[in-house]
Write a protein that binds this ligand. Structure first.
Ligand SMILES: [Zn+2]
Ligand SMILES: [Zn+2]
Length: 287
């Protein structure tokens, strides 16, 4: 099997709820959620548009009609959206982007962005060449195809809703799941089964990027999971590598370094995500 050496995942921002800026946050970074998948052949997919989107600009600002960026929203809480209005390429008429998400409670990506990027919240309309794609929820048995990728998704337990995504790269068989902003402890059996299915089928995900925001399980209805629950999910589905993200804005580098040490004792292949982290994305059981 041919392996594409340039395929990678880049974490543009790993902070949850609010961005932070202070020397105590330099190592893990203070920008909020934005994740890039780049196949090295012009296909760029971005999950969410938190302030970390700025750090991904060098990878995506050359997008054109032949290779538009596909931007998928997990949901529209502001920490996952607030990087977009100030992202310079959306004012370039030659820049091409497709905004996509499953429709939930009648809210499409077009409605959500029209509400945000308008007066009195923002002075300038987008001028890039943009398309809007409303995906069905739940995902059908047939994945949505974008260039060389198969995309699947499922709903998560979170206030106002949220979706996890799975990408399978058809040429290499590499797979990854991005699951942020959900409360594992409060998830019912059908919600847990849907996430397990997403992570396991058609085969266990090579990389699971999951949130671990909650400091403990004693925050009911807060909408988030603990890093220990991320380990539980990763082990249950047989994911090869776990990366934990959406760190709390109060968690300093020292706090997170301590957590990373505890995490590796529990699951040696797991890591806490940090801003700028690049993951080599390949099929990990390929011979
Ligand atoms: Zn969030
Ligand atoms: Zn949220």
């Amino acid at each position: 099997m041919m392996e594409n050496a340039n395929m990678r995942i880049v974490l543009g921002g790993v902070r949850g709820s609010a961005c932070v800026s202070h020397p105590d946050y330099n190592r893990y970074g203070g920008a909020t959620t934005s994740v890039l998948i780049d196949d090295g052949l012009g296909t760029r997919i971005v999950f969410d548009a938190g302030t970390g989107l700025q750090t991904l600009a060098p990878f995506i600002s050359d997008a054109n009609a032949a290779c538009p960026v596909l931007m998928l929203f997990t949901h529209y809480h502001l920490d996952h959206l607030i990087g977009l209005p100030s992202f310079a390429p959306i004012y370039n008429p030659d820049w091409h982007i497709i905004f996509a998400a499953p429709t939930r409670e009648g809210i499409t990506p077009e409605i959500a962005l029209q509400r945000l990027i308008t007066a009195p919240f923002w002075p300038s309309p987008m001028r890039a060449h943009q398309q809007f794609l409303s995906l069905p929820s739940p995902c059908s048995d047939t994945p949505y195809c974008h260039r060389g990728f198969d995309l699947r998704w499922c709903a998560l337990h979170h206030r106002n809703g949220c979706h996890a995504y799975r990408l399978d790269h058809r040429n290499t068989g590499a797979s990854m799941v991005f699951a942020t902003d959900f409360e594992w402890a409060a998830s019912d059996e059908s919600e847990r089964a849907a996430l397990f299915k997403l992570c396991r089928e058609p085969r266990p995900a090579d990389i699971l990027i999951m949130e671990g925001h909650a400091p403990s399980a004693h925050f009911p209805d807060w909408g988030h999971s603990t890093w220990m629950e991320a380990v539980e999910v990763a082990q249950a589905v047989g994911a090869h590598q776990l990366v934990i993200t959406h760190h709390g804005p109060a968690d300093t580098d020292n706090d997170l370094s301590q957590r990373d040490r505890e995490l590796k004792i529990l699951l040696p292949s797991a890591r806490l995500g940090y801003q700028g982290m690049e993951l080599e994305w390949r099929r990990q059981d390929a011979k």
